[in-house]
Design a protein around this ligand. Structure first.
Ligand SMILES: Nc1ncnc2c1ncn2[C@@H]1O[C@H](COP(=O)(O)OP(=O)(O)O)[C@@H](O)[C@H]1O
Ligand SMILES: [Mg+2]
Length: 265
């Protein structure tokens, strides 16, 4: 990836997340964040009073058993779902106060979402799949062309722009899906088990690509993974259990691999 490549962005409104980040407050702040669903006569609470701060440019991995609330947390931060109680501030915007329509608009400008099974549209080419999110933004065809080209190049798949998903390997499909997630130049990229369907070599390549979006483009990344090796790419790993945050591990705290003895001079 070219570290100098930038994705052409849009004019953002007064609540642009980067602006809040510049003011020193965390980009994402969860305060007693809770999500419940009605179930049977009662309710189920996949996320319980979670407190969390994420600075701009952080790279978080979410781990935990199935059903522990990882996707629920990701979907709240991505503005796909709305909190039941507590507060969720992203770039100073309290997402719980936005109507569904305003939340959808906010999401389309600030969030890139990567799914485990890529979710590409099978009848569209790689180029057309990546162009889709731009169609919401009222851009000219030539501007879209420029932005799609930049995104495809950033993920290293520009030569496959006219291929359909069925003509691509899983790793290539995920690259296209990442290009689609970054084409609008979002501040935050969330990925739900992005390597869950890939062999280990392709998984490493995808994790490497995702971490470069953080280190080289300054994106804030949150990924859900079951694979400790994938989590090893992140700066912090959060462990969830039964809807609660049970442990946080920073890169610096992880045991470092044994180094060969340096002979003393
Ligand atoms: N839309 C929903 N309606 C009802 N229950 C849900 C919904 N989404 C998630 N849940 C429940 O919330 C719990 C946590 O789900 P999820 O966040 O998907 O867990 P994880 O991603 O950690 O496997 C699960 O018990 C799940 O069944
Ligand atoms: Mg999940």
């Amino acid at each position: 990836m070219n570290s100098h490549a930038t994705i052409p962005g849009h004019t953002h409104g007064p609540t642009h997340p980067e602006r809040a980040a510049q003011s020193g407050s965390p980009l994402i702040r969860c305060e007693r964040l809770t999500k419940s669903y009605a179930k049977g006569g009662g309710s189920i609470t996949p996320l319980q009073e979670l407190d969390l701060e994420v600075p701009a440019g952080d790279f978080l991995a979410l781990m935990g058993p199935s059903g522990s609330g990882k996707t629920t947390l990701l979907n709240l931060i991505a503005g796909i779902d709305r909190p039941t109680s507590g507060r969720l501030l992203v770039g100073g915007t309290d997402l719980g106060t936005l109507s569904r329509g305003r939340l959808a608009d906010w999401r389309s400008r600030h969030i890139g979402y990567v799914f485990q099974l890529y979710n590409l549209v099978p009848v569209l080419t790689a180029y057309e799949n990546v162009e889709l999110p731009l169609l919401l933004h009222g851009l000219t065809a030539s501007r879209r062309h420029e932005m799609v080209g930049t995104a495809l190049e950033l993920v290293g798949i520009a030569d496959r722009h006219d291929h359909f998903p069925r003509q691509l390997s899983g790793g290539q499909e995920q690259r296209v899906a990442i290009a689609r997630a970054i084409v609008t130049d979002p501040t935050i990229i969330v990925a739900d088990e992005p390597t869950g369907d890939l062999d280990s070599d392709s998984a490493s390549a995808i994790m490497d690509l995702l971490s470069r979006l953080c280190t080289e483009l300054g994106k804030t990344l949150i990924i859900v993974t079951h694979d400790a090796r994938c989590a090893g790419f992140a700066r912090r790993t959060l462990y969830l259990d039964k809807g609660r945050l049970v442990r946080t591990e920073s890169l610096a705290q992880r045991p470092t691999p044994a180094r060969p003895e340096v002979p003393s001079a």
